[in-house]
Design a protein around this ligand. Structure first.
Ligand code: GRF
Length: 187
């Protein structure tokens, strides 16, 4: 199998990044992670790139040219697939036009419910019975691209925001790799 060269975009802890790096060691997994991009120089997740000798770039999103810098690096590393894993920046129309290959994102709710930020507090406020995570294609609208994979669980009375986050992330570690298998299974 010829694996795709993938880039993971992160802004925070990078637990999904770490999980995808582990999965990518499997010869059957469709991607190799060749680059990590972050907009946050303090992102804890950078450690996973360092530990695994994966090149990473920290971009200054205040600069006018940050998208050019990302595109240049994607080209250098021959990247044909991007996973957004806790990347707290909207992907612009211009970027989508220039990259033209697949970008996917993981979101901590059952989309189309609870797009955007502060999902866990809104889920609790709304007294939802179930929640979970969604992996979807990225388009020009926030959290709106076609859905690839979803996983859910029932909310209990004991669940606060921290518990919801913990349970959701545990599901993410299955949902994200599964989505990647699904995308490439016929290729
Ligand atoms: C995940 O919960 C994901 O759903 C959201 O950001 C979080 C990233 O977590 N988009 P981590 O950085 O992978 O630990």
């Amino acid at each position: 199998m010829v694996k795709k060269n993938a880039c993971i975009f992160i802004s925070g802890k990078g637990t999904n990044l770490s999980n995808l790096i582990k999965k990518s060691r499997d010869y059957n997994f469709p991607i190799n992670i060749r680059l990590v991009v972050t907009n946050n120089k303090e992102a804890k997740g950078i450690i996973h790139a360092k530990k695994n000798s994966i090149p990473y770039i920290v971009i200054n999103t205040n600069s006018r040219y940050f998208e050019n810098q990302i595109i240049t690096n994607l080209n250098i590393h021959n990247i044909s697939f991007i996973c957004l894993a806790g990347y707290m920046k909207i992907i612009s129309k211009n970027f989508l036009k220039r990259f033209r290959k697949t970008i996917i994102n993981i979101h901590p709710s059952l989309l189309p419910k609870f797009k955007g930020l502060n999902t866990f507090s809104r889920i609790l406020k709304n007294k939802e019975v179930k929640t979970g995570c969604t992996v979807h294609y990225v388009n020009e609208k926030l959290d709106e691209g076609n859905i690839i994979n979803k996983k859910s669980f029932f909310i209990t009375k004991q669940d606060d925001e921290a518990k919801l986050k913990y349970k959701t992330q545990k599901l993410e570690y299955f949902a994200f790799p599964e989505a990647i298998y699904k995308i490439f299974k016929d290729n």
